[in-house]
Write a protein that binds this ligand. Structure first.
Ligand SMILES: [Zn+2]
Ligand SMILES: [Zn+2]
Length: 114
């Protein structure tokens, strides 16, 4: 069941804020060459569309991704490496609020930062 590289099969479901657990293994988290952001890519667990999210890195951290301090220090600086990612399939979903910044179905899930 892991080895899931599903073919694109987008479902035009109604927009809904649904949290999906245990999705991290299905998403690739790749640092950009400049080290200032990471790209999260995968297939949305809600609508099946390809989603791509760009995260700035280094927030609250002076280093560029590598920690030289102890584990405790690192934990204090980045309390939670899990980030909430929202579907950004870029395709339209009915009932999406005009105020919603993310162009997706509203599905959200956690990924782990590298
Ligand atoms: Zn979608
Ligand atoms: Zn979606």
């Amino acid at each position: 069941m892991p080895d899931a590289q599903p073919v694109e099969n987008h479902r035009t479901i109604d927009y809904a804020l649904n949290f999906h657990d245990d999705q991290a293994q299905f998403f690739r988290v790749e640092p950009e060459p400049d080290g200032r952001k990471v790209i999260v890519r995968g297939i949305c667990p809600g609508c099946g569309g390809r989603t791509r999210t760009v995260w700035p890195t280094g927030i609250g951290s002076g280093s560029k991704g590598t920690f030289t301090g102890s584990g405790e220090e690192a934990a204090a600086r980045i309390p939670d490496r899990n980030r909430l990612v929202r579907c950004e399939c870029g395709l339209s979903h009915p009932n999406r609020p005009a105020t919603e910044l993310f162009t997706g179905c509203g599905a959200n899930w956690h990924v782990e930062m590298p």
